[in-house]
Each structure stands twice: as structure tokens, then as C-alpha cells.
Design a protein around this ligand. Structure first.
Ligand code: ASP
Ligand code: CP
Length: 314
């Protein structure tokens, strides 16, 4: 069946905005992108288009994969990371910065420390804005690549048991991914976190109408049951009191021994960067996908997304 591109000229701000049809469309295109990349081919699909990557917060994967995605499709880039050398350092507002780069580019990818910043940017912008992480809010493109990775392994979502582990309060990837999964099928969630880092109440309220949720503190209570173990970093930069962070930072450590208790068909995911919560002795476990499929899918999904938003894919 031929599906419509529901992304054309749209801002990408939240996992809430995607329909099932959108996701099926995007993932079909992401598979094509994967083939292009794997075959070592070049595409000119986005020739003549320019993307600004405006990153006020640190990033390796999101920044790198968006840049790579644009260039692999023949487009141009304005890469700005850290803002030390842009006029933001002179005190320019987000709105004025957005107005500047809309004059020079066709799409702006924004990472910013404030919740709601992507929406604010979208209101100021005539070109599409992609939210690459707005503080403790959302990270919708990460959720897209995570869902693509999960579907790549299990082919369907219905019936999956998924554990989200770590900093569920401040982790924007888990906010977006839980919304997306809840929309896509009948899943069961296990929220595993220290008490002070539980999923935000409003998000739990939104999810609990669709999904069975169990909230626990100990990972060994759920490790045997789940199909997906999605581990996250305790988000140090969100703590106002660093001594609280220091006490809690090693709350979960997934290692070889723990993995012995997990299902054979489990996948172990992490949006990365990790800072100790997954021991490197697990990296070669065939169930670990964070350094392989999950990360490379980021490129394929973002290629498909850029081409779709810029209207160069039907
Ligand atoms: N890279 C992800 C993010 O920016 C996860 C993390 O930083 O822990 O949200
Ligand atoms: N997963 C993710 O967003 O990684 P970066 O922070 O390195 O972009």
C-alpha cells in the first residue's frame, strides 16, 4: 500500500505528534536509507538543501548523525555546537538566533537545555524545527530510532515487556520512547528507578490508560521477565545538588553476571553516553545493541526524517 508523507514541512517536536501511519511510512524509508548506506552509495536527494545543527548542549550521536545524514543525501550543513563562537555568547535570544539561521538554511535541528525550547523556536521559525532534545522534556528522534531498533528485532510491539532503567525523571529519551511505544501497541512497562528519579507523574497518568505499568526500585525484580532492557544514564547536569548525584550515580550497573538472569531473546539498549551503568563486559553479548544497531539506526532514521520533512521523498 502506498503511504502518504505526513512529515512534509512539519516541525518535529514531540513523540505525541506521530501517527501509526507516519511511523510505518518513516520506517519503510529508513530501511531504504540503510540499504543506501550499506551499499556505500551516494544520494543527491537533498542536494541544494541546507541544515543548521544548533546545539546548545553537548552531543555526539545526535549531532553527528544529523550531520552525516544530511551529507550522505547530498545536502549542506551549518554545524554549531557549544555556542561559544556564535552570537549566542553575546546574549542573543533563541528567537533571534532562529530567525538568523532560517535565512541561511531550510531546516534547523535544535538541542537546548530548556523544556519547550523547540516549540518556542518553531513559533519563531518559518523553516521546520527538529527537536534534538529540550532539557528534561523530550527527544523525539531518539524515540524514533529506538522504536525502529525494537521493531527490527521483534517485528511487532504487541506483547512486549519493556523495562526502563535509571533516571526516568530527567531522561528525555525515556519520556519520548514510552509515549511512542504506548501508541504503537499493547505493551507492558516496568519503570525501574531510585524513588527520587521516578517517571514524572503527568507522563505516567498519560500512559496508564493504555499500558500496564509496574514501578520498582530493584532491577533484579524484573530482569528475568522483560524483552527490552532500556538503560539510561543518571543525568548529572540536571542535579542542583551534586552530592545527591554522587550518592545515586552507581545505583544500577548492568554486568555480565546480571545478564545471565535475562531472557535469551532480550535486547539491551541505551541511548548513550553511558557513564558506568553498563559494564563493558557486556558489550560483546549478542543481546547488546547500543553500540551497534541502535546507534547506526540513528543515521538511517534521521536520513529518512530529513528527506521526509524536506519533502524529497514520496
Ligand atoms: N544522549 C541522550 C540525551 O541527550 C541521553 C543522555 O544524554 O543520557 O538525552
Ligand atoms: N543519544 C543521544 O542523544 O546521544 P548524544 O547526546 O551523544 O547526542
Amino acid at each position: 500500500m502506498k503511504r502518504k508523507n505526513g512529515f512534509k514541512n512539519k516541525d518535529i517536536l514531540s513523540a505525541d505528534q506521530f501517527s501509526r501511519q507516519d511511523l510505518i511510512f518513516l520506517f519503510q524509508k529508513a530501511k531504504l536509507m540503510k540499504k543506501i548506506v550499506r551499499a556505500g552509495k551516494n544520494s543527491k536527494m537533498l542536494q541544494g538543501k541546507i541544515m543548521t545543527a544548533l546545539f546548545y548542549e553537548p552531543s555526539s550521536r545526535t549531532f553527528g548523525s544529523f550531520i552525516s545524514a544530511m551529507q550522505r543525501l547530498g545536502g549542506g550543513i551549518i554545524p554549531l555546537q557549544g555556542m561559544t563562537y556564535s552570537s549566542v555568547a553575546k546574549g542573543e535570544t533563541l528567537e533571534d538566533t532562529i530567525r538568523t539561521f532560517e535565512c541561511y538554511s531550510d531546516i534547523i535541528v535544535l538541542r537546548h537545555p530548556e523544556v519547550g525550547s523547540a516549540k518556542k523556536a518553531a513559533l519563531a521559525s518559518t523553516v521546520p524545527i527538529i527537536n534534538a532534545g529540550d532539557g528534561v522534556g523530550e527527544h523525539p528522534t531518539q524515540a524514533l530510532l529506538d522504536l525502529f531498533t525494537i521493531l527490527g528485532k521483534f517485528k511487532k510491539i504487541d506483547g512486549l515487556k519493556i523495562a526502563f532503567v535509571g533516571d526516568l525523571l530527567n531522561g528525555r529519551t525515556v519520556h519520548s520512547l514510552s509515549k511512542l511505544l504506548a501508541k504503537m501497541g499493547k505493551v507492558e512497562f516496568f519503570f525501574v528507578s531510585p524513588k527520587i528519579l521516578r517517571m514524572p507523574e503527568d507522563l505516567k497518568d498519560q500512559l496508564k490508560n493504555r499500558v500496564l505499568i509496574t514501578q520498582v526500585e530493584k532491577l533484579d525484580e524484573v530482569i528475568k521477565k522483560v524483552n527490552v532492557l532500556y538503560v539510561t544514564r543518571i543525568q548529572k547536569e540536571r542535579f542542583s545538588n551534586l552530592s545527591v548525584y554522587e550518592k545515586i550515580k552507581n545505583f544500577y550497573i548492568v554486568n555480565k553476571k546480571l545478564m545471565e538472569q535475562a531472557r535469551k531473546d532480550l535486547i539491551l539498549m541505551h541511548p548513550l553516553p553511558r557513564v558506568g551503568e553498563i559494564n563493558p563486559d557486556v558489550d560483546n553479548d549478542s543481546r547488546a545493541v547500543y553500540l551497534t544497531e541502535q546507534m547506526s539506526n540513528g543515521l538511517h532514521v534521521r536520513m529518512a526524517l530529513l528527506a521526509s520533512v524536506l519533502g524529497k521523498i514520496k
